[in-house]
Design a protein around this ligand. Sequence first.
Ligand code: AMP
Length: 278
Amino acid sequence: MLTFNSPEKLQKWALARRAEGKRIGLVPTMGYLHEGHLSLIRKARKHADLVVVSVFVNPIQFGPNEDYAKYPRDEKADLAKCEAEGAAAVFLPTPATMYASDASTRIRETVLADRLCGLRRPGHFEGVCTVVAKLFNLAQPTVAVFGQKDFQQAAVIKRMVRDLNFPVKILVAPIVREKDGLAKSSRNTYLSTEERRNALGLSRALALAKQLVAKGETSAKRIGAKMRSELERNGLVVDYVELLDAATLDPVAKVVKGNVALIAAFDGKTRLIDNTLL
Ligand code: AMP
C-alpha cells in the first residue's frame, strides 16, 4: 500500500494509473477509522481497480467553536486498517499542503447546503465541497463512496458533481451501527458512559418513526413531535428533527415511502446525527 502526504505526488500517481486504464475509487474520511469507513472501502473496491482512502481532518469545514483541535486522530491504526482492507493508497495531507496561505477559492452549493446542518454550522458544507472537489482533482476517481450517515452531505456532493460536471460517480453506502443501534462515528469516543447510554435515543427515535409509518401514521408533524419526545426522554437536547423528501431535502407534511427522517441532537457537549429512510 502506498502512502502520500504530498497532493502533487498523489495527483501524478493517479493520472498515471488512469492513463493505464485503471479505475480509481476514492473514500474521503477524517480518519479514526471504524467499521462504517471500512464498509465504504469495501464498496469502493467492488467498483474500482484501485482504492484511495484520504485521511484529512479538514480545518475549513469546522466552525470556530467546534472540535477541530480535539477531533480524534490515530494515523498508525488507520493505515493498518486501510492496508487490511486492500486499499491501494492512503492520502494523508497536512492543512498547509492542502491550502496555500492565500487560498481564496471556495465551492458553495446554494440550496441543499443552506438548511439542517448547514444552518447550524455556517460554512461547513462550503468547507466540505471545497475539500472534496480538491480530492477529486488529486485522486482522479471514477467513483467516490460516501456514507448515508451524513445524508445531507451525500446530497450536497451529488448536487455539486451534477452541477459542475465532475466525471465521477457518487455511491452512497448504508449506515453501519453498533449492536445496540448507535450509528458508528469517530465522535462517539467523546461520550461518557451515561452519554453513551443516552445516545441510543437517536436510533430509538428513528425506529419509532418507522413504527409509526408502518402503522399508517402519515402526519410529519405528529411523527416529528413523537421523535422529539423520545430524544428528550433519553436526555438529549434536540438540534433538529426533520421529515424530508430524500432527493430535494424539502420538508413534507404527509410522509410517504422513500422520505427520510433526520436527527441532530446534543448528547452533553457532543452533537450527534443520524437518519433513516422511511
Ligand atoms: P468522517 O470520517 O466522519 O468524515 O466520515 C467519512 C465518510 O464515512 C463519510 O462519507 C461518512 O458518511 C462515512 N461514515 C461515517 N460513519 C459511518 C457509518 N456509521 N456508516 C457508514 N458510513 C459512515
